[in-house]
Design a protein around this ligand. Structure first.
Ligand code: UDP
Length: 373
């Protein structure tokens, strides 16, 4: 059988890599990877790290492109590829425009679609935009739904998805994280390596969400400034997203502070080492909310809502929105409380890719053994 994987952003590469690597070794499958390039060079670099070579590199992005234009270009190109490759199934992940267009193209070409990380919902179609609607639309189109948690499964059932088409697998991000940690790769960024040798507490920060552009990211930066003055013996590591809107705000407010280190996007292996060494993370990222508990690091989520409430229920995070006061208050409380890092499998145990592989085999009628729950 032939599996076609469609991906294009940093989190899609990270979360599909463990599955692609399994399928590349599978004796009954051939595997084609389409990189739409929705995150430009970033997706390519991340694919290189996992040693995955895409069969197609679409480079669909251009300056200030609207979502409609991107959708049109993607559907056109993906339909051509699906028609040419004639896969037995098409796999998409998460909630990007790439995932939505992949699922739509599969539907139009009548190829079964597998959705990895199915069932995440905030319940508000504009939050986050456009991701919430993308994942709901993929759910309408997909034929096999791989839900990371029981809650995600319940969300799908509530929307009328047939229970027989939903499997709870855990999130493949934990597989990716474990894969990278066992590879023990050398640091790529030597400045980061040196800075992490300093025996101080570490706070890692990221910010990139569209709804936080401008005012939100400004508040986060002001909060970090205040915290860095209040806690001179704590080092702050800010991974600054390449988007010019984000970069401009962060660099103008935080450049030149001795205990604040600003980095442009770090390689995944470096970033995971940084997370593993952190005492606290301040972030609006989805993936980081899943990785941090696996490493036992608490997260302050700089958003109003999260589609990953399991983090909050496990007591490993707090929703702080984008108010400087709230961020400073909550970070201060957690810094002073200290505490050791106890890894927790809130979103997965590192066997998600194996479970998804089994589910796909069963779906296509292969005879296989089950994976332990
Ligand atoms: N990440 C990375 N380098 C960085 C910052 C983040 O490799 O400098 C990884 C992070 O570990 C996580 C993923 O990128 O797995 C999250 O991507 P992003 O925040 O762009 O997307 P989201 O998860 O919010 O969809």
């Amino acid at each position: 059988a032939k599996a076609l994987f469609v991906l294009g952003t940093r989190p899609e590469v990270i979360k599909l890599a463990p599955l692609i690597l399994r399928f590349q070794r599978h004796k009954h499958f051939s595997c084609v990877v389409v990189n739409t390039g929705q995150h430009r060079e970033m997706s390519r670099e991340f694919l290189d790290l996992f040693e995955i070579t895409p069969g197609y590199d679409l480079r669909v992005m251009s300056e200030r492109q609207s979502l409609g234009r991107l959708t049109g270009k993607l559907c056109l190109r993906l339909e051509e590829i699906v028609t040419l490759e004639k896969p037995d199934l098409l796999v998409v992940q998460g909630d990007t425009t790439t995932a939505f267009c992949g699922a739509l193209s599969a539907f139009y070409c009548q190829v079964p679609c597998v959705h990895v990380e199915a069932g995440l919902r905030t319940g508000n179609k504009f939050q986050p935009f456009p991701e919430e609607i993308n994942r709901a639309l993929v759910a309408r189109l997909a034929d096999l739904h791989c839900a990371p948690t029981q809650r995600a499964k319940a969300n799908l059932l509530r929307e009328g998805i047939d229970e027989g088409k939903v499997v709870v697998t855990g999130n493949t991000i934990v597989d990716a994280l474990q894969l990278i940690l066992t590879q023990k790769k050398d640091f790529i960024n030597k400045t980061l390596e040196e800075a992490l040798k300093i025996s101080r507490k570490v706070i890692t920060v990221t910010a990139h969400r569209r709804e936080n552009w401008g005012k939100g990211i400004e508040e986060v930066a002001f909060a970090i400034k205040e915290l860095s003055e209040k806690f001179e013996d704590v080092n702050f590591f800010f991974s600054v997203h390449p988007n010019p809107v984000v970069k401009g705000t962060v660099y103008s407010l935080l450049r030149g502070i001795p205990n604040v280190f600003l980095f442009s996007t770090l390689a995944y292996s470096d970033f995971i080492k940084l997370l593993a060494r952190s005492n606290l993370v301040i972030s609006d990222s989805g993936g980081i909310q899943e990785e941090a508990p696996a490493l036992g690091v608490p997260v302050l989520v700089t958003r109003e809502v999260t589609e990953r409430p399991e983090l909050l229920e496990a007591g490993l995070g707090a929703l702080v929105g984008c108010s400087k006061e709230k961020i400073v208050e909550e970070a201060t409380r957690r810094l002073l409380a200290g505490g050791e890092r106890i890894p927790r499998s809130v979103f997965g145990d590192g066997k998600a890719a194996e479970r998804i592989e089994r589910a796909i085999e069963n779906f296509l009628g292969f005879c296989t053994q089950g994976v332990e729950e």
